[in-house]
Design a binder for this molecule. Structure first.
Ligand code: GLC
Length: 751
């Protein structure tokens, strides 16, 4: 083959012009003309470096030299010496036929080495700027090691806390997940992805993964088209519209068609309707998993199905390399489609400026785990905490109070990091015990007794020590929940209560009669059961990351008020799942007075006596805590809802405002939420839909008028003909502190 270096050289030396769209397309044209089919197919191979042994490296480098590798995942800094990126990249850029740089990707999900709260915890902040900042810091750290592409944000919508990956989501609501997903995307990419500290984002998992049946990971997802478009797709559409560079397909089937071969999703919606022009990568083994799905006969058939559906970059498996040339010869795939996939790849590599700067390396010593980054992680953790209960204002703690600190997760630097922390290390993680010692100037004013060795421990042998410590204390702080391994990929739970003997331990502590503060670290809402009444205060800390300890001290002692709001409905137990705020009314909406709870039903009554409405006799019809709920150390009063014009023409803007007043004694931040309800539609409509929110910080006694403007387009939904329309009619509106309360008004949209 004629050496093409001379051609490659001009391409390399004009990298700077790649920032220009036309220049990029022209350069891609030139490259495609010079590439053989094998070299084009090579660009579509994403190899998992972590799966190669030292003995396999020479052949791997030979593949790169032949232009047969498009990129790598998991070339983490710790796995090979400092030259790994440079060495592999140097072969690609200087020794391969076209000199096309490799792209290096990794799961930088909620931090690189400075670990931020799990995404579900970050979502509880309802703070786009904070989420964006966390992603920016993660990108600065990861690009220091040469990683320019992350497999995040994960913006699957899910209504099932049994699903282990709910921990990675940005909650149950399409509006909130859209706002935060865009923030995370832009934090990674910035508005100039050619920056050496920018990373291409990969929104995942496209599409419907969060609806896996029964929360069993990788399972079938059944989503009617209109619901797919109204609930599951919006966060991806928002990210694409904001400039998202890559998308990852998912393992699940969507209505019995694997998402990784789903032309309707990958081509009709993503490409034809949305105009997405980045590349689509398959999830780790998803192409070959079409065999066990029973959708592909063999590897060759899997390659044919995925490539024709629109998967550009094949992660981990090598069916494209093995079979695409053959499939083209057989007319089952075309070189035109191959060129299109390669174009998607090269376009993103050029938009990342990889030709200009193929060896980005920063200064690990000054960037990674810097004080600034740790401080940002502490702030993010603080803002993720959701105060669910605080009877008798047992929180904040008094610095003079003697504390009995109990629980399996109070002093476990690894567990507080949460799921998906490839590069996070417990040695850098600060737990509550050292943070308390530092804050209180020693450990005289608190006693720490684990009580249980780990979250699943069923042994009660150390309960007596914990109870003794509690009896000597003024206040008990229990820190329990789930070890990080109980959430995340492949870690779904059918029973979402506190694991092990934690409920028994909380009961024993509550029986001392001392004030009991329960702090939960987990990757999902936890069935509280008796813990709810046994605890005077309950705070959800999710898995808060590297700075969990200092952040917990900040909030438990009131230096900062908790400001988090639930990004997901909190069920009373798994028996209620799915339960979410934007549910349908049904023909028999349950109310407080149209059914009788199981404990109140008299014996021998007539069949209908308990009342027939949509509920559970034991759990009722309301969750434990509603979407958007969260207490603070103050209280905010809502008043004076004003809707200046209660009749709004189609195409105009609805305006509404309300006054919020901090009636407490400390500064607080309120997340003022705007909900609407479309009272009649050509499809039934949810009883509430979040359409806006504003965070406002109020000093004690301060009032502010909060104004919302909502174009009527924001009321649109997909009708039975799959047209996205706003239907004239009557609406209800709330300005509220959560999905179950608020000042209620009405307006009418007319044609
Ligand atoms: C995993 C996950 C995906 C991740 C990928 C690479 O199986 O499903 O979210 O990005 O493989 O690690």
């Amino acid at each position: 083959m004629k050496k093409l270096m001379n051609l490659a050289l001009p391409i390399m030396c004009i990298g700077a012009s790649f920032a220009n769209a036309d220049a990029i397309e022209n350069r891609i044209d030139v490259l495609l003309e010079t590439m053989t089919i094998d070299q084009k197919v090579g660009q579509l191979a994403l190899r998992d470096f972590g799966t190669y042994s030292a003995e396999q490296l020479p052949e791997l480098k030979a593949q790169i030299r032949r232009g047969e590798v498009g990129g790598f995942l998991n070339v983490s800094f710790s796995s090979v010496d400092d030259n790994a990126f440079a060495e592999l990249q140097k072969i690609a850029v200087e020794e391969s036929p076209q000199g096309i740089p490799l792209i290096f990707g990794q799961d930088v999900i909620h931090g690189y080495e400075t670990i931020f709260p799990i995404p579900l915890g970050q979502a509880a902040s309802w703070n786009p700027e904070l989420v964006k900042k966390g992603a920016r810091i993660a990108a600065k750290e990861a690009t220091t090691d040469g990683i320019r592409w992350t497999f995040a944000p994960m913006i699957d919508i899910s209504h099932d806390p049994r699903w282990g990956r709910i921990a990675e989501t940005l909650g149950e609501d399409p509006y909130l997940a859209s706002v935060l997903g865009v923030a995370m995307t832009m934090g990674f990419q910035t508005d100039d992805p050619t920056r050496p500290d920018a990373m291409a984002a990969s929104a995942k998992h496209f599409i419907g993964y969060g609806a896996a049946e029964a929360g069993r990971d990788y399972n079938a997802a059944y989503i009617p088209e209109a619901r797919l478009r109204d609930i599951f797709l919006p966060p991806f559409k928002a990210a694409v519209d904001a400039g998202l560079m890559t998308i990852m397909s998912s393992y699940n089937t969507l209505n019995d068609i694997p998402a990784t071969a789903n032309k309707h999703a990958l081509k009709t919606i993503l490409r034809d309707e949305w105009g997405f022009d980045g590349f689509v990568v398959s999830d780790w083994n998803a192409v070959m998993e079409m065999l066990p799905h029973g959708f592909a006969r063999d590897a060759k058939h899997a390659a044919e199905l995925s490539a024709n559906a629109g998967i550009d970059f094949e992660m981990y498996t090598d069916t494209y390399q093995k079979f695409l040339p053959e499939l083209i010869e057989e007319g089952k795939f075309t070189e035109a489609k191959l060129d299109q996939a390669v174009r998607h790849m090269l376009r993103i590599k050029m938009r990342l400026g990889l030709w200009d700067n193929p060896y980005p390396r920063g200064n690990r010593d000054t960037v990674i785990l810097s004080d600034e980054h740790r401080q940002a992680a502490r702030e993010a953790a603080r803002e993720s905490f959701v105060l669910l209960k605080n009877d008798n204002s047992v929180l904040p703690l008094n610095k003079e109070a003697k504390i009995a600190l109990v629980g399996p997760l109070a002093n476990v630097p690894h567990e507080q990091l949460g799921t998906w922390i490839y590069n996070g290390d417990k040695k850098d993680s600060v737990s509550l015990v050292p943070a308390l010692e530092q804050y209180l100037g020693g450990n005289e004013s608190f006693t720490f007794v684990k009580g249980l060795e780990y979250s699943r421990d069923t042994s009660t042998q150390n309960f007596n020590k914990a109870v003794e410590a509690a009896q000597q204390a003024d206040v008990i702080v229990y820190v329990g929940g789930e070890e990080s391994i109980l959430s995340g990929e492949g870690h779904s739970r059918a029973d979402i209560a506190l694991p092990g003997a934690q409920q028994e331990l909380v009961k024993a502590l509550s029986e001392t009669g001392k004030p009991l503060v329960t702090v939960i670290m987990a990757g999902r809402p936890i069935e509280l059961g008796p813990v709810l009444d046994q605890s005077d205060a309950i705070m959800m800390a999710w898995h808060p990351g590297t700075m969990a300890g200092p952040a917990l001290v900040d909030v438990l002692y009131g230096d900062y008020s908790p400001v988090g709001r639930l990004p997901i409905t909190w069920p009373k137990g798994e028996g209620q799942i799915p339960i979410y705020y934007n549910r349908m009314a049904t023909g028999r909406p349950a109310t407080e007075d149209n059914y009788t709870l199981i404990g109140d039903i008299e014996q021998g009554v007539f069949q209908h006596a308990p009342g027939n409405s949509s509920n559970h006799l034991d759990y009722g019809h309301e969750p434990e805590f509603p979407f958007g709920f969260g207490l603070t150390y103050s209280d905010v009063d809502y008043s004076n809802l004003v809707i200046p014009s209660s009749r709004v023409a189609l195409g105009e803007t609805i305006r509404a405002s309300a006054t919020v007043k901090n009636t407490g004694k400390v500064q607080t931040t309120e997340v003022v939420q705007l909900y609407i309800r479309d009272l009649v539609g050509t499809r039934t409509r949810p009883i509430r839909e979040l359409k806006g929110f504003q965070r406002v910080t109020l000093a004690p006694g301060e009032s502010q008028a909060i104004h919302f403007e909502l174009p009527t387009e924001a009321l649109a939904f997909h009708n039975q003909n799959m047209e996205k329309v706003t239907e004239p009619g009557d609406f209800e509106l709330w300005i509220a502190k959560d999905a179950a309360s608020g000042l209620k008004g009405r307006f009418t949209v007319y044609e």
